[in-house]
Structure formats: structure tokens, C-alpha cells
Design a protein around this ligand. Structure first.
Ligand code: C5P
Length: 223
């Protein structure tokens, strides 16, 4: 079975507030993107990574990932969905059996996460890691609570998200609305997606203070 992972890195990281997109910031001396790449490859089931990057960053990212099994980076688009679509279309001529889609800003994966997702694909066309919501949720507008949203049965979606390749390619080609993850496109197509337990360490570095949390979670692996 051929498994290829899209490594998503075409975002500008505007919420991070730095000159550089967050995925290029360093953790323990190495780019977050490199940590994310190594985490995907750790279980030895991913054949190669396909980095999806901002136009013009291809050579820099290829250098950042030197020594890892990587296809030549492709340029992404204006939204994450556009970027994933660009990656999928680049694979379509020689389609893998399974595609993983992983945020380049998520440097830490639990060992065994990727194999567990692949096992779920024996039954489902898609599978994702997710964590139950623990905070109380409020819908608000202009600084005032409008209502409380019951949190029972709600999850925070993480990546890597795993799909049978033809199902995800079709879902992207048929998409009529914008989605912030790939599972949403399978849902829109009426296809079932398995929910697997994620990990609190699988954080997406979004704000500068996330760097310290990620570093603390990564450090034990390097001792
Ligand atoms: O913006 P968000 O935090 O949802 O981005 C998640 C991942 O998707 C990041 O790794 C980011 O680089 C990537 N992305 C992308 N193309 C975009 C926007 C985001 O590849 N246009």
C-alpha cells in the first residue's frame, strides 16, 4: 500500500505575528516544519512527503527537509483548501492508495498515531484524530454572550487526517463551500469519517506562546 503525506506549509501565519510563517520558526534548534516531517515518517509507513508551500519557497523548504523522503514541493493557494487541492492534483497522475494531510505547524505526533489511522481506513474512507472539547463554549457577538453551546459530543479536529486517495480527490473536486479541514469535505459528500483519540501534545503552533508549550512537550524526546 502506497501512503503519501501532504505537508501543508503554504499559510502566511498571520495570527503568529512574526515576519516568518510559524512553520519556519525554530524549536530546539530546528524548524517546526522539519519536526512535523520527521514525526510523520517516524512509524515508517509513509513512503514520501509532498510539501505544499507558498510560491517561491520551494527551494528553501526542500533544503529544510534535506535527507528525508520528499517529492519536489508544490505551490499552494490562497486558502488551506486550495493548497490541499494543489497537492492532491500533483499526486493524481500516479495516485497513492492513501493520502495523509498534515499541518506543517503541528510538530508533535504520538507514536502509533499514523498506523492507527491506516487501520481505521480498512473500514472508513477517512479517519482523523480529535480531542473532546473541555471548555464551556459560548457563541458571542460584539463582546456579549449570545448563547452557550452544549459541548457534549463536540471534538477539536487535529491532523494528520487520513483518506483513501480517490475519496479525498473526488471530495475536493466536488466541493462547493470552503472547509477548514479535509474531513469536512468527506462529510459534505455524505461519507463516514472515523474519529480517533488525538493528543493534547499535538498542538498547532498558532500564537507565539505555543512555542514554549511545544518545546516542553518535545524536549523529553531529545534527552
Ligand atoms: O491557517 P491554519 O492554521 O488553519 O493552517 C493550517 C496549516 O495549513 C498550516 O500548516 C498552514 O501553513 C497551511 N495552509 C496552507 N495554505 C494556506 C493556508 C494554510 O498550506 N493558504
Amino acid at each position: 500500500m502506497r501512503v503519501i503525506a501532504l505537508l501543508m506549509a503554504a499559510g502566511s501565519g498571520s495570527r503568529f505575528g512574526a515576519a516568518e510563517p510559524k512553520q519556519y520558526s525554530h524549536l530546539l534548534g530546528r524548524p517546526i516544519l522539519r519536526h512535523a516531517a520527521e514525526a510523520l515518517l517516524a512509524d515508517s509507513v509513509v513512503e514520501a512527503l509532498l510539501p505544499v508551500v507558498a510560491a517561491g519557497e520551494e527551494a528553501r523548504v526542500a533544503a529544510m527537509l534535506e535527507g528525508l523522503p520528499c517529492l519536489p514541493p508544490v505551490a499552494g493557494g490562497a486558502t488551506r483548501q486550495d493548497s490541499v487541492r494543489a497537492g492532491l492534483e500533483a499526486l493524481a497522475a500516479s495516485p497513492p492508495d492513501v493520502v495523509l494531510v498534515h499541518d506543517g505547524a503541528r510538530p508533535i505526533l504520538a507514536p502509533g498515531m499514523v498506523p492507527a489511522l491506516l487501520t481505521a481506513l480498512e473500514t472508513y474512507p477517512g479517519a482523523i484524530p480529535a480531542q473532546p472539547v473541555t471548555d464551556t463554549l459560548k457563541a458571542g457577538a460584539e463582546g456579549t454572550i449570545q448563547r452557550t453551546v452544549p459541548r457534549a459530543g463536540l471534538y477539536r479536529a487535529q491532523t494528520p487526517q487520513a483518506f483513501r486517495f480517490p475519496a479525498l480527490l473526488r471530495a475536493h473536486r466536488d466541493a462547493t463551500a470552503e472547509a477548514t479541514d479535509d474531513a469536512a469535505l468527506l462529510e459534505a459528500a455524505g461519507l463516514p469519517v472515523a474519529l480517533l483519540p488525538g493528543s493534547e501534545n499535538n498542538l498547532k503552533v498558532t500564537y507565539p506562546e505555543d512555542l514554549a508549550r511545544a518545546e516542553a512537550a518535545l524536549l523529553p524526546r531529545f534527552l
